[in-house]
Design a protein around this ligand. Structure first.
Ligand code: AHZ
Length: 339
């Protein structure tokens, strides 16, 4: 058996190639695929693996690569400049909300995530452990996504939190009505007044996160905007960039002073977050840990069920608001025709 080779990064390329030679020899040894115990010859992908040096990629112009990305990104910016729902924060609650909205393909959904990697705090269970604990009945959400778990009675345990997050992300990102703008921060809200003088949220003010992080080092880096009929704020609890939605509402005097999340009590925290998931001011729905920030409700620590159910509830509240708006527009049109 070839020895396992572990080389320091600083090792020169020829030295690395020489040292890795026995492993490569092992990799290029001919292999045969079998079906019903009979050899069926190598598949195309096995052929590629066997002799990667011999692959001839089809030609491309560098500008084609550039245009393939930029044309789509700018088309998306144009398409989502005025959208139905903007979800700020792609943590477990925001992603569950987006997942629920994939069931309504007529609803346009933009997700704004300040990090390059969407997923928020759900890539790990707690304290950087792998497993994720989900209390019943939120395991039904995992069932819907066909995610396997160990049933421990009142709760279930998924082997890897990353399995839940990656599955959820895949379902959300493949949906034609959803666009993720990652590495993009919501820097502010659009707040307007209706005919009766009531304030409502009409969208978000965005910037590339790298720009948002550098406002103190450069002058004049104005943001962009995204209008939305409903904003779902799922930015998590307070931290360097968390709870941004409710902190802005507090500054604007649109909600009472935010007490911040209370100390941990798993048994009360999860039920309370779900029951308090709501439209906090017209046009803005809160879900996930951001709910406990505004209510001073307990945190739950590393149990994730409430995040998923809260996200699903936020989606339903958003849909109710959209459907009510659509009904009002229809009524207005009918009245105009009748007049
Ligand atoms: O990067 C943030 C994260 O991915 C993102 N975010 C925050 N502010 C933003 C902004 N613009 C764009 N201004 C922003 N993105 O929001 C996401 C929040 O994810 P999260 O996992 O922190 O929040 P969550 O409420 O979905 O899940 C919370 C998970 C926790 S915290 C906790 C405890 O501390 O007790 N317990 C659980 C289960």
């Amino acid at each position: 058996m070839a020895p396992l080779v572990s080389l320091p990064i600083s090792t020169s390329v020829p030295a690395r190639q020489a040292a890795l030679a026995p492993r490569q020899a092992m990799r290029v040894a001919p292999r045969m695929a079998f079906r019903d115990n009979k050899p069926i010859g190598e598949t195309r992908s096995e052929e590629l693996l066997r002799a990667p040096k011999d692959v001839a990629f089809l030609p491309i112009k560098e500008s084609q690569v550039s245009r393939a990305m930029t044309s789509r990104y700018f088309r998306d910016l144009d398409e989502f400049a005025d959208t139905d729902v903007v979800i700020v924060g792609a943590g477990p609650s925001g992603l569950a909300c987006a997942y629920e909205l994939t069931k309504r393909p007529d609803v346009k959904v933009a997700i704004i995530e300040q990090s390059v990697a969407p997923g928020g705090g759900a890539w790990l269970g707690g304290q950087l452990f792998s497993a994720m604990v989900v209390r019943k009945p939120a395991h039904e959400f995992l069932d819907e996504l066909s995610i396997p778990y160990e049933d421990e009675g009142n709760y279930v345990v998924v082997k890897h939190a990353a399995l839940v997050t990656s599955t959820l992300l895949a379902k959300v990102l493949e949906a034609p009505n959803v666009k993720l703008f990652n590495a993009t921060a919501a820097e502010d809200l659009i707040v307007k007044e209706d005919d009766t003088g009531n304030k409502y949220v009409g969208g978000v003010v965005t910037n590339w996160t790298l720009v948002a992080l550098n406002h103190n080092t450069q002058s004049c880096m104005d943001p962009n905007v995204m209008e939305a009929k409903v904003v779902v704020s799922s930015t998590g609890h307070d931290g360097p960039m968390g709870a941004t939605g409710v902190k802005r509402l507090e500054k604007l005097g649109l909600v009472p002073a935010c007490p911040g999340m209370y100390a941990l009590d798993m048994n009360t925290a999860e039920d309370r977050i779900v029951s308090n998931t709501r439209e906090i001011i017209p046009g803005m729905v809160l879900c996930g840990m951001e709910v406990s920030e505004v209510d001073g409700a307990p945190r739950m620590g590393p149990t994730f069920g409430a995040m998923y159910v809260s996200g699903q509830k936020a989606a339903r509240i958003a849909l109710e608001a959209l459907d009510a708006d659509a009904a009002k527009v229809k009524q207005g049109q009918k009245a105009m025709v009748a007049a």
